[in-house]
Design a protein around this ligand. Structure first.
Ligand SMILES: [Zn+2]
Length: 202
């Protein structure tokens, strides 16, 4: 793709860093910004720059926080820690989803991925030394493993469970099964199998 301006080409190329944005979508966005949203585009780029330069990881849970070396809002309140519950998730988006559901009032730990030796992601990259430190908190009673239901997620869950068992902590894994409003006939076999195996008294 070529245009009359090297700067436009550079903009189109830069926009392709976004997930799901190929050359055609990038060109559409670039021309939209140039044609109609110059001011807003500049404001957005300043917001992006500031956030990317300043958002850092909470030294306790590895979720995003505004101030470097300062615990995030969810960690700094004592009420959540007193619950004795620690929920381990793969991404900051997972924390957001759980917070939006209002279903969990403990603290979190964000792995930023799952074990994947082929991609060079091991215990160090997932912050396991810091997680080990969290496990030493005397207030902590139960570790809830809320990583994805994938092969890598399962391997990651097993690794974490072994670490937690060594500390004599109660370990649980989030349930799998039929979604609310879902029907058995349209549910895949693995999910059905899990919902039978992990059925609960009623
Ligand atoms: Zn935190």
């Amino acid at each position: 793709m070529s245009s009359s301006s090297a700067l436009v080409e550079k903009l189109i190329s830069a926009l392709q860093i976004m997930p799901g944005i190929g050359p055609v979508s990038a060109a559409r966005i670039a021309y939209y910004l140039l044609d109609r949203k110059r001011q807003e585009g500049v404001a957005m780029s300043e917001t992006v720059k500031y956030a990317l330069e300043h958002v850092s990881l909470c030294p306790r849970c590895r979720n995003y926080t505004d101030v470097e070396n300062t615990e995030c809002e969810l960690c700094s309140g004592t009420k959540r820690r007193q619950s004795g519950l620690l929920c381990i998730v793969e991404t900051p988006g997972d924390v957001q989803a759980l917070e939006n559901s209002g279903s969990f009032l403990g603290t979190y730990f964000v792995l930023h991925g799952h074990l994947s030796p082929i991609d060079g992601i091991g215990p160090q990259e997932l912050g396991f030394p810091l997680l080990q430190h969290c496990f030493e908190d005397p207030v902590l009673k139960e570790v809830i493993i809320a990583v994805g239901q994938t092969v890598e997620g399962e391997a990651t869950a097993q690794f974490i469970a072994a670490m937690a068992h060594k500390r004599n902590l109660k370990v649980s894994r989030i349930a799998t099964g039929i979604p609310i409003g879902g029907e058995l006939s349209s549910t895949d076999g693995h999910t059905l199998e899990n919902s039978i195996n992990f059925r609960r008294p009623y």
